[in-house]
Design a protein around this ligand. Structure first.
Ligand code: NI
Ligand code: MN
Length: 216
């Protein structure tokens, strides 16, 4: 499987299918993914032209909103899974919020979530925006992620300290931090985070730069 970090929380997983997660910095029409997963409705994840998205999986409320814009959607909810060809997609919880500004007011768009993608025998957990929660231990127990993609920028999500505990709870072979250094408020130097995680767990931390691809 090829994992490309497009920046912020956007990843492209390529194997038997091409899966785009949280498209914000990319133009989804250029990526031509088979399926796009949207963790929540904040504009730094869904992007500013949601009507241009291809086939999307999202939580029930956000899925309903998108289908009203003419987007093909697969609505689902936390704890549920579906088979997309030979790829299994599971929606898991996240501790965050999810809304969209409409006429200056925040409109509720369902709960935020993370996704577990099982493709070509490998399991990738993309946590979305979240604080640390101890049920990450359940994600480990149920899905045994090989790769955990975790926010580490702080302020809007967990920061490096909480993310260390998340890495410990998840026990993935590879940890990829996201949602940091995109703008000043979430600036982080993750050098010490990488050292500590690699010293105290069996995970390897990949500090990917936007545009980089990891083959696993
Ligand atoms: Ni958010
Ligand atoms: Mn965000």
């Amino acid at each position: 499987m090829k994992i490309t970090y497009a920046g912020h929380s956007c990843f492209i997983l390529e194997g038997s299918k091409k899966i785009l997660i949280d498209p914000m910095p990319v133009n989804p029409q250029e990526i031509k993914a088979d399926l796009t997963l949207i963790t929540h409705a904040h504009s730094d994840h869904i992007g500013d032209s949601p009507e241009k998205l291809g086939l999307c999986a999202a939580i029930h409320e956000l899925s309903g909103y998108l289908s009203g814009l003419g987007v093909k959607t697969i609505g689902m909810n936390i704890g549920g899974s579906f088979d997309f060809g030979d790829v299994k997609i599971t929606m898991v919880k996240a501790e965050h919020s999810s809304s969209m500004n409409q006429n200056g007011l925040p409109v509720y768009m369902g709960e935020p979530c993370g996704f577990v993608v099982k493709m070509d025998g490998l399991t990738v957990y993309h946590a979305g925006d979240t604080g640390l929660f101890s049920d990450m231990k359940l994600i480990r127990k149920l899905y045994k992620p090989d790769v955990a993609i975790l926010p580490a920028g702080g302020l809007f999500t967990m920061g490096p300290d909480e993310c260390m505990t998340a890495a410990e709870y998840l026990g993935a072979g590879i940890v990829i931090p996201m949602h940091y250094n995109t703008f000043e408020a979430i600036k982080q130097d993750l050098t010490d985070f990488k050292k500590s995680v690699e010293l105290t767990t069996s995970s390897r931390v990949e500090l990917m730069k936007p545009g980089e691809t990891l083959t696993i």
